[in-house]
Design a binder for this molecule. Sequence first.
Ligand code: HEC
Ligand code: HEC
Length: 359
Amino acid sequence: VTRRALRATAAIVLTLGAAAGYGTSRRALPVRAEDEPHPPALLSETGLYVAGQPGVVDPRNRPFAPQYPLWTDGASKRRWVYLPERATIDASDAFAWRFPVGTRFWKEFAFGGREVETRMLWKATSEAWITASYVWNDDQTDALLAPEAGVPGAAEIAPGRRHSIPARADCAACHGAPARPLGFGALQLSTDRDPNAIHGEPLAPGMLTLATLVEEGRLAPDRSDLVAAPPRISSRDPRTRAALGYLAANCGHCHERGAEIGANLKSLGYEDVTADGDAVALSLVGQPTRWQVPGLPDGASVVVDPAAPDESALLARMRSRRPSSQMPPLGTVIRDQRALDAIADWIATDLARARAAGS
Ligand code: HEC
Ligand code: HEC
């Protein structure tokens, strides 16, 4: 993070304050009722680190790694969760866990070995999840609460490409409102971990999984069933499993059953791919899309076309980094080439074969 970016941050805060008629308040937070929970001004005040030792993670905050990570332009990420002592997660619905008040999640983003941003999700009251992002200082000693509007272009991550800290409203585009965690659930923490997950990370010692959560009595009611039969994407084809895992984690929080977005593609949620992955995979083939693939005649675009994989809307939009057509629509400025190669290959071989066998 450059000094200039931090000065820009301060300028945005001042502008917002002035625009709202609050004069030149220098507070990094918008004016609010004092008793409303709000994110602290510094990352070191959020409970992530041992008091007085910024950078030393408090052992009560437990590390975890979702088996299918989100692509953020090649950032390396670390994640932790704090679950209040003796409290349990209501996991009666395996795909919609309800977390105890006081739960906090953190996700740290580093580019080229430097910490750039740490995001936080905090269940502050029985209804509200507070979202916040902290921008790391030059000395890498602490991070400062980003303004509500985010910090466009906070750090250079590749020649001519800059990482932006999302606005708080952007968190809701993926996490929903009220927010829900997206990497800490039955499929993502399953012990039946996909060895072919695209950008998948191996579990490090001490990381929470479904098995450790059940063992430590953290899920209520008892969900030993999720340990006996760990959730997995239901396909016997390893490449279909990995491709759907990628799509579920990178697209499924918007493109899932019941989603209220203006798109035909609504089958990529964690629950969708766990219920019947092979059916989801086949349903993409020939599925009409409202979005026109450039160069194709009107009405001829489909989500996946095994006969001409490059003309699949799914790949065209994953390849694009034009704001009007790229997918995901936010949170990334560099295309995920490894995923593009793997998914193009999967379409051209496995989906083409499955299609031929099915018809
Ligand atoms: C483009 C979609 C997207 C946006 C925008 C986004 N997130 Fe996330 N976030 C995800 C996904 C998907 C995961 C889980 C996968 C992973 O961590 O790799 C996640 C994980 C997290 C986690 C770890 C806990 C969890 O949910 O698994 C935190 C904390 C978090 N996000 C906070 C935020 C905050 C705060 C913002 C806004 C400043 C934000 N996110 C914006 C998609 C998004
Ligand atoms: C933050 C939410 C969000 C995420 C994440 C997201 N999309 Fe989308 N997607 C949308 C919205 C909204 C539309 C409808 C408007 C449009 O076409 O731009 C859409 C439309 C599409 C369409 C056109 C479908 C149709 O029938 O209209 C395709 C294909 C698509 N997305 C693919 C993807 C893929 C592949 C990913 C993951 C790599 C992804 N999307 C991630 C929000 C999202």
